[in-house]
Ligand binder design. Structure first.
Ligand code: ATP
Ligand code: MG
Length: 341
């Protein structure tokens, strides 16, 4: 999750001490868990002790200090890479274009890329920023609560769904209902649940729907049409912007509505396809970008060792040690060498 400014004044119970919760976060499945994600405070960065001070700590002090460093490194930072900034910009523009459009399905965004490249991180960071801006600009909306037909209606601008494998259209509606705490009777059909969900989404003011790991939906050419039609139905009846992320979505049924070429074009026209690509270090610009990632990691780290650190960023094409980044840096447009750990 995005890193707020670290300070020594963070509350000690940043990990929800006392209620047996794991100190880390899991993927949110409900609006309450999404709000936990928004409110989560990262472990603060421990003060970096000079090596002689560190060596003179008692065993207990050293163990406590190292535990704090380990907690900080475990969370580390989200680096705002140039790719992330550029895709965030495109999503923001899409949302602005969609915001006042006439009723009907708005154009969505499909974020495609190889596994573990940072797709989920990128879209969650966008949604995190988006909802925090709303909290800042419209705090009143977040204070209001209504009961309609026995159901709590509270402002929920973001829906984040992590799709389970082999998800059917009904699974998708159930996941939406569970996220929104929308009850439905046992034996309810897909249409029943979808209708309840659509009413609920309108009432709670959903503006952004993220469907993460969309490749887990059965988007094969055979089943893909049913899923697509269902997604289109949901998107048609909400004013929200939809973002789908996944692996190899370009070649999935998500861009096809049927066997015919004409219908395939129809769906492709509904979503904008954006690609995430691994880092490269071929050009000066690419090297500078990679160095800025490593530098951000180095600056966030709390190391006392004199050994060179080895960093690996998920999805990158290379593993880089500080000596390597220094070499890259010399060839990049930036002047300052990265700090050593
Ligand atoms: N910009 C970033 N800064 C720091 N760490 C990142 C960044 N992007 C991704 N990571 C880290 O890389 C790992 C993989 O990221 P993520 O889960 O977002 O990838 P993904 O493309 O969604 O993977 P999958 O294809 O498995 O769904 C995570 O541990 C995440 O914290
Ligand atoms: Mg993911």
């Amino acid at each position: 999750m995005p890193t707020p400014d670290v300070s020594d004044e963070q509350p000690e119970d940043a990990f929800f001490a006392g209620d047996f919760r794991h100190p880390g976060l899991s993927e949110p499945r409900t609006k309450e868990e999404w709000r936990d994600y928004l409110d989560y405070l990262l472990p603060p960065k421990p003060v970096l002790l000079p090596l002689d001070v560190y060596r003179n700590l008692t065993d207990q002090e050293r163990s406590r200090h190292n535990a704090a460093r380990a907690a900080h490194h475990s969370a580390l930072v989200i680096v705002r890479t140039s790719q992330m900034k550029s895709i965030h910009h495109q999503i923001r523009r899409r949302m602005m274009t969609n915001s006042r459009q006439p009723a009907g399905a708005r154009r969505g965004i499909v974020l495609d890329g190889p596994a573990t490249l940072g797709k989920s991180t990128l879209v969650k960071t966008f949604a995190y920023d988006f909802e925090h801006e709303l909290r800042r600009d419209h705090p009143d909306r977040f204070d209001k609560r209504y009961i309609v037909d026995g159901l709590l209606i509270d402002y929920t601008p973001v829906v984040y769904l992590n799709i389970p494998s082999q998800a059917t259209p009904k699974d998708l509606s159930v996941a939406l209902a569970d996220y929104l705490a929308q009850p439905y009777r046992s034996g309810a059909t897909k249409s029943d649940i979808t209708r309840l969900v659509l009413d609920n989404m309108r009432r709670v003011g959903v503006e952004l729907v993220i469907i993460d790991d969309a490749h887990f939906m059965d988007l094969s050419l055979k089943e893909g049409k049913v899923v697509n039609d269902h997604l289109k139905h949901i998107a048609n009846h909400t004013a929200a912007t939809f973002i789908y992320t996944g692996v190899d979505l370009k070649h999935s049924g998500l861009f096809l509505e049927g066997a015919g070429g004409a219908r395939a074009t129809q769906t492709a026209g509904r979503n904008t396809l954006l690609h995430m690509t691994p880092y490269n270090i071929r050009t000066t610009a690419e090297k500078a970008d990679w160095v800025s990632v490593i530098t951000a990691m180095e600056e966030a780290s709390s190391c006392t060792s004199t050994r060179p650190a080895r960093w690996w960023v998920s999805g990158s094409t290379c593993t880089a040690a500080p000596e390597a980044t220094s070499a890259l840096w010399r060839n990049s447009s930036e002047k300052r060498p990265p700090t050593r750990c």
